[in-house]
Write a protein that binds this ligand. Sequence first.
Ligand SMILES: Nc1ncnc2c1ncn2[C@@H]1O[C@H](COP(=O)(O)OP(=O)(O)O)[C@@H](O)[C@H]1O
Ligand SMILES: [Mg+2]
Length: 254
Amino acid sequence: MDAFGSEQHVVRGKKERVGTGLDRLDMLLEGGFPSNSVTLVSGTPGSGKTILCYHYIKAGLDNGEKCLYLTSDERIENIMHEANLFGFDFYSAVESGQLKFKYLDLDRSSFHREMDEEVKSGRYSRVVLDSLTPVAEAPVWVTSGGHEIIPAENATISTTYPIGSVPATRVHVRRIMSILNNENCTTLVTSEIPEGERCLSRDSISEFLVDGIILMDVDPTMDRRKLSVRKMRGTKHTLKPQNIEINETGIKFA
Ligand SMILES: Nc1ncnc2c1ncn2[C@@H]1O[C@H](COP(=O)(O)OP(=O)(O)O)[C@@H](O)[C@H]1O
Ligand SMILES: [Mg+2]
């Protein structure tokens, strides 16, 4: 057991649960996310996906857990600063090594491997990938033989699928999900839904590969925000959208 592995999970009844960081969401989910699950947090831009991830990481840090935040945004300092504006102080956890922010450079064909190695080597109990969308849209390199369509480190780059093509997206999403599924961590993966669309993720594949789906929604006309649990493995939950607010301390249930 490592220095941060002492009290990893909240146990309610027979099922191991991982606290979400929001009491009301824990109540909706019979205690939290199922241990070792992958949950997709999908919603339009500005719907609160990233803030939900901050709450989740904060809960892990408070519980003495080791946490990993994967992002394709290289401005890590900005992320920590923004989190700090909501009162989430991640600086000391980064300094002590309890929390790691890892930048995924999507222009490098090795980003899957780098992510895989980090997830495996760090023994993290909580992982956030914010956001899956640019990762799923990264180009795919095809090896010269044409048999391998993963972005392999030493591949001879001959062809790329057009960005946004279904095979490219599927390759990325499947690989990412298998990396996250294979480890003893409980993961949140955010996904952008374009404004006005009724799908559950932009790639329209990831929702079939995850254990849970949390949908974040905004109603600009009514100036209201909602959060719904659309799917959660092994959990009896309401599908009813819950009214939420965002304020200077993050997400609040109304
Ligand atoms: N202090 C605040 N008070 C109220 N709302 C805020 C505050 N800070 C940010 N917000 C809202 O939160 C949104 C950003 O939430 P975020 O989690 O980053 O969205 P996304 O779903 O794109 O990740 C902003 O667009 C704004 O509407
Ligand atoms: Mg975001």
